[in-house]
Design a protein. Structure first.
Length: 267
């Protein structure tokens, strides 16, 4: 009896710590997932590649900011959805890969990133991605449009590929879903009920009819290869999963195997 009485306060403290931790994770989830760097509306983009800045007024409270990087006599367009940090400027150098393969590149910022404004919700991100597809369709037919997602953007690109046709869906360093990522941080909470941001790539890929190419570094410490590899079971005959041996999350460009993977993805 004495031992039971002694255990009760310990168990109560453990339960209290567990509940407090869950509450903290719930309210901090946006800060843990998204790391935007806003830019003033009058900020001037400067890039070595020919480009056109786009500002699309969505409604009274939201503006979508995007940059179109222009290839000479392009054979198509890559609609690129970037990772969770900073803004377009961090990823602009990626455009050269696509331009070298003959594609112009349309790159948007999520709400709160760069010059984009509006609520940072999963639904808003998907809606903005659809707006980018509409812009791309003004230039090219679906069979000349590639949807390309990197890191956070892989779930965005995958969702768009379920509702719009494209030449190919390319996912660079993808995650299985956001719950899978959260489980890496603290695998003791019911994230399926806690997360406002799901980005369920695993639910989208089975619905994608376009060819799919997945590229993932084998030493990725941000989104482990194991998370991306779980998506392999949803690939169709002819789809490809291309590991980049030794590559981490942010240094894929340093590996010749990455260039060869892009040759396949950007055919």
């Amino acid at each position: 009896m004495f031992r039971k009485l002694k255990l009760r306060p310990i168990l109560s403290w453990i339960l209290a710590i567990y509940l407090i931790g869950g509450v903290v994770l719930y309210f901090l989830q946006k800060k843990l997932i998204f790391h935007p760097e806003p830019l003033s509306a009058d900020y001037t983009f400067k890039y070595d590649i020919p480009f056109e800045e786009m500002r699309i007024r969505l409604n009274d409270k939201a503006t979508l900011s995007a940059v179109l990087f222009k290839a000479d006599a392009p054979k198509g367009m890559v609609v690129y959805f970037h990772g969770n940090a900073r803004n377009i400027s961090k990823y602009a150098s990626k455009a050269k890969h696509f331009i070298d393969h003959g594609y112009s590149v349309l790159m948007m910022d999520y709400p709160g990133y760069g010059k984009s404004t509006g609520p940072l919700t999963e639904a808003a991100i998907y809606a903005n991605a659809l707006e980018m597809y509409r812009v791309a369709r003004k230039f090219f037919p679906p069979d000349s449009i590639l949807l390309y997602g990197r890191s956070l953007g892989t779930g965005v690109a995958a969702q768009l590929a379920t509702v719009r046709d494209c030449k190919r869906l390319v996912l660079e360093a993808p995650y299985y879903n956001m719950t899978d990522m959260a489980m890496r941080m603290a695998p003791i909470y019911p994230y399926g009920y806690m997360l406002e941001y799901k980005f369920p790539t695993d639910e989208y890929l089975p619905k994608v009819t376009a060819p799919i190419v997945i590229i993932h570094g084998t030493d990725d410490h941000t989104i482990p290869l194991t998370s991306g590899k779980k998506l392999e079971r949803f690939l169709k005959p002819g789809d490809k999963f291309i590991p980049i041996p030794g590559a981490d999350h942010n240094n894929l460009d340093n590996y010749p195997a990455y260039g060869k993977a892009l040759d396949i993805a950007l055919q």
